[in-house]
Design a protein around this ligand. Structure first.
Ligand code: FES
Ligand SMILES: [Fe+2]
Length: 427
């Protein structure tokens, strides 16, 4: 890949082409629990390179505004959250959730021209989402399955990844790596162990990939030998511009991620587990809370909470060479997400894609990159971004045995698109 294409794909700040594309979708900003009650402490958030401030106003409505006061630029983090707005602590200017300046104590007549940036917010699945694009282009609320379910059915955590979003998201699309870095973890992790799928995954490391472009993004078909007359298909979904859905493991909850740029060198990796038809059990929640499965244990003693894993680049991700020798941890790192983060952060903040040498298993990544690039360039030419239709986002990942003669694509169209009320396909 040339440097210009790499820049197009990885730069997401205001005015960049990928930044413009991403701003046309609802962006997960922070968890509702980070601003739990009316007038609770405001929280600094950086998203797509913009320094912002999230708060919940007196009426309980979430808000996202510029972090800095329009007067002389003081951070509103040090302000007061009171009576439906944030009052700057320096000279008392006050801003409401729409960014309007509602009070200038020393010069009320100029309030109107003191407005700051603000973005509309909604809450779904226990997350606050903001729309950061042109006001007249606001899309329907996100329709991906886990964000349409009752909160009892869903568990979501986030972790800080100290790399560009693209190399993180590529890990979610590249299912070939599961047979290597995650190889031993699947046997012991409470959210993966004890399922039939693992037999097929282990018996056949030579996965054959096929791809399908869809209105929502990309469907990735991974084929392994099944039983005598069947293939075992693991079907992964990538949805514009940053959702990935992981093929399920037996009766364990379904999983997925969202990869959201904080700036060009950091991203939020949101990890989601859910059951479409029933609440998560107390035991499942406890394991997720404890950092099992795709969730992590956080570093402690940092204020404000960093959401950085306890195993991070400053401590070589708690490298355990004994576990590596003993075949308990393939790379010596423990935890699925920590394993991914260690490798993806090791590429540098923004991977130098002019030097990579791609392999056949990278087909899906190449296609996703191309689709992102086309969408960003298309937007520039006045075309609408893909996958804005919330109904088209109602897809699932799956694991299924199909007769060797059966084409999985019509099967997928029938069984794992428009999934409302349909069974989960898993083994
Ligand atoms: S800098 Fe905010 S009121 Fe003066
Ligand atoms: Fe992974």
């Amino acid at each position: 890949m040339d440097q210009a294409t790499s820049d197009l794909l990885t730069r997401t700040g205001p005015g960049t082409r990928m930044g413009n594309l991403m701003r046309r979708y609802w962006v997960p900003i922070l968890s509702s629990a980070e601003i739990p009650t009316p007038d609770c402490p405001q929280v600094r958030v950086k998203i797509l390179g913009e320094k912002l401030l999230a708060f919940r106003d007196t009426e309980g409505r979430p808000a996202l505004i510029d972090e800095f006061c329009s007067h002389r630029g003081a951070s509103l983090f040090f302000g007061r959250n009171e009576e439906c707005g944030i009052r700057c602590a320096y000279h008392g200017l006050k801003f409401d959730r729409t960014g309007a300046c509602v009070d200038v104590p020393s010069a009320p007549q100029v309030a109107e021209r003191m407005r700051i940036t603000a973005y509309p917010c909604i809450e779904r699945a226990g997350l606050v989402w903001a729309y950061m694009g042109p006001a007249d282009q606001q899309p329907a609320q996100p329709g991906i399955e886990w964000c349409t379910l009752p909160e009892s059915h869903v568990f979501i955590s986030k972790r800080l990844q100290q790399s560009n979003y693209l190399q993180a998201m590529e890990g979610g699309i590249d299912t070939a790596h599961v047979s290597y870095v995650h190889r031993y973890e699947v046997d012991t992790d409470p959210m993966h162990r004890g399922v039939k799928a693992l037999d097929y995954i282990k018996a056949d490391g030579n996965v054959i990939f096929d791809l399908e472009k869809n209105p929502f993004g990309l469907t990735l078909y991974g084929r392994r030998n099944g039983d005598e007359d069947t293939y075992y298909w693991r079907i992964t979904q990538w949805l514009f511009p940053w959702f990935t859905l992981i093929p399920p493991f037996g009766e364990h909850s379904l999983g997925g991620h969202v990869w959201v740029p904080i700036d060009d060198e950091n991203c939020w990796a949101w990890s989601i587990n859910y059951h479409p038809g029933k609440p998560l059990s107390a035991a499942e929640r406890e394991e997720m809370q404890a950092g099992k499965g795709i969730h992590v244990k956080y570093e402690k003693g940092v204020y404000p909470m960093s959401f950085r894993p306890a195993a991070n680049r400053d401590n070589d991700y708690l490298m355990d060479r004994v576990a590596q020798k003993d075949k308990r941890a393939y790379s010596g790192i423990h935890g699925f997400s920590e394993q991914d983060a260690s490798l993806q952060e090791s590429m540098g903040a923004i991977q130098d894609r002019t030097r990579e040498l791609l392999l056949p298993t990278d087909k899906a990544i190449v296609m996703a990159r191309r689709m992102l690039e086309e969408a960003a360039l298309g937007l520039e030419r006045g075309m609408q971004p893909p996958a804005l239709d919330a109904a088209a986002q109602q897809v699932r990942a799956a694991g299924v045995l199909l007769p060797k003669t059966q084409d999985p694509k019509p099967w997928a169209k029938d069984k794992i698109q428009n999934v409302n009320g349909k069974p989960v396909y898993t083994l």
